[in-house]
Design a protein around this ligand. Sequence first.
Ligand code: SF4
Ligand code: FES
Length: 239
Amino acid sequence: MNGNILIDGVTVPFNEGQSIMDAALAARIYIPHLCHHPAFKPHGSCRLCCVTANGRSVAACTTPAVDGMEVDNETHELTTQRRLLLKMLFVEGNHVCPACEKSGACQLQAVAYHCGMLAPEFVHFYPKRSVDASHPDFIIDFNRCILCELCVRASRDHDRKSVFSISGRGIDAHLTVNTRSGRLGDSTFSAGDRAARICPVGAILPKHHGYDTPIGQRLYDRAPISEVGDANRQGSDDE
Ligand code: SF4
Ligand code: FES
């Protein structure tokens, strides 16, 4: 059934089967998110998109829109909650924004700015993670992976290659490459793959193109993520 929902008091139409996130994206209303991409099945893991719908806290990406639903998105409480989640993501990995090639085009960095995260709050874990530079055209810097599983879904559901998977649970969860050696260079991963252009952070990066777009001129340097949306929905990481 088609209908309307209210997001922060704004009437937003939806079609049958759409989630709150789908309706918001179609109406160009920004609900913070990291693991969602409209081309792939919702995953519901980052919890950044949690909103209040008819008084209940729900993930916008996995909750179907229902006619008359009243959704709170940009509230002080939800922004505080999102900031906490983001601060935890930053300490779980090694995110060194000033030295990262993805700076200015990174969704994690951009969402953190959107939510007003200006300083760390928790003690950094400084996990020991590696960099895989075995592929001729791409590197994987596992230090920056936020386990959104977008590359897993893109490689499996779009590229039909299943190059990636997530192994382990909880604090031990990590991205793995599905080859005997575990190295990207021994996989069928290639530059034309959808998975090569899906990572919201700087974990999967092309070689040979570092700093083609100077820092300061990248997507989120020019406009906040709430206005321009996801870099990887626009076909390029930093245009
Ligand atoms: Fe997500 Fe990137 Fe990690 Fe893949 S490498 S799970 S796309 S953060
Ligand atoms: Fe909804 Fe990640 S975007 S849980």
